[in-house]
Every structure is written in C-alpha cells, then in structure tokens.
Design a protein around this ligand. Structure first.
Ligand code: HEC
Length: 139
C-alpha cells in the first residue's frame, strides 16, 4: 500500500518537467515563427512569389535579412546595393564555396528572389519613424 501513497509526488515532479519542457518548446516556436514570418515577409511590401521562392529555396537557413535567419553566409539585407546589378543571380547559378547551386531554379524563380531582395533593401533604408507613424510601406 505504499505505492499509491508515493504516486502523487512523482506525478507532481513529472508534471513540472512537462510544464517546463512545454515552455521551452513554446519559446522556441515563437522565435522560429518570428524568424519565419517577420519582418522578412509581411512588412517589406515584397511580391509574394519572391518571398515564397526565397523560403522554398531555403536561403534563410544560411542568410539573415534584418539580422534574422542563418549566419553561415553573409546577411543579405543590403546585397542589391552593396553589389553590382546581376550579382545575386550569378551567385545562385555559380555559387561561392560553402553555398549550394541554385542553377536548377527557373529564371522566374531567381528573378523573384532578386525582386524580393530589392524590396528588403528598400524597406531597410526607409526612415525608421515612417514604420510607426503610418507613413511606412508594407503595413
Ligand atoms: C547552405 C548554406 C547556403 C544557402 C542555403 C544559401 N547560401 Fe548564399 N552563401 C552561402 C555562403 C557560405 C556564402 C559566402 C561564401 C563566401 O563568402 O565565401 C554565400 C554567399 C552568397 C551571396 C554573396 C554575398 C556577398 O555579398 O558576397 C549571395 C548573393 C547569396 N549567397 C545568395 C543566396 C541566395 C539567394 C540563396 C537562396 C536561393 C542562398 N544564397 C542560399 C551559403 C548559403
């Protein structure tokens, strides 16, 4: 009869473990969701096919935009003004060391990704106050 007496205590401990694990999982999900959704897609006024192509290709697993995303490759927030016209397209077709080739994407998909990066760059250059006073784009 000592079994049932000890069960509630053990159950309480298990309960605590489950609650803490759930908090950790929820926290990670919130972070991952933020990286996935915002501000990369929803706020930059980018064409939706560009956002989709960028995500489907998995660029964000190695490249950050606005500091969010992977860091194996450089942050690409300002890549279209940092680099000459056509540079991003060339990188996708003949990538540098450490980056897979995206030569298998269609011309339209690569163009959509470049358009997206152009919109990201433009959004990142907007005066910060315009995001909060109703004057910003993509809201
Ligand atoms: C597996 C990781 C990985 C993925 C996925 C990836 N890249 Fe890269 N990319 C890199 C690395 C690493 C570099 C830097 C190589 C170097 O500088 O030597 C790079 C460099 C670049 C550069 C050059 C940036 C500069 O200013 O020098 C561009 C542009 C670029 N990637 C675009 C993309 C795009 C667009 C996608 C998605 C279609 C993509 N990358 C997906 C790893 C990746």
């Amino acid at each position: 009869m000592n079994g049932p007496g000890r069960q509630p205590g053990r159950r309480a401990v298990r309960h605590q473990v489950v609650i803490r694990a759930a908090i950790a999982v929820a926290g990670f999900a919130a972070y991952a969701g933020a990286v996935w959704l915002s501000p990369m897609g929803t706020r930059v006024g980018a064409p939706p096919e560009g956002v989709r192509a960028w995500r489907a290709a998995g660029c964000q697993s190695c490249h950050a935009l606005f500091g969010l995303g992977g860091h194996l490759g450089p942050d690409l927030t300002f890549v279209v003004t940092r680099r000459p016209e056509g540079f991003v397209d060339v990188m996708m077709r003949s990538p540098p060391e450490g980056m897979p080739s995206f030569a298998g994407l269609s011309d339209a998909e690569r163009a959509a990704i470049v358009d997206y990066l152009r919109a990201v760059d433009a959004a990142a250059r907007e005066a910060p106050k315009s995001w909060f006073t109703g004057g910003g784009s993509g809201r």
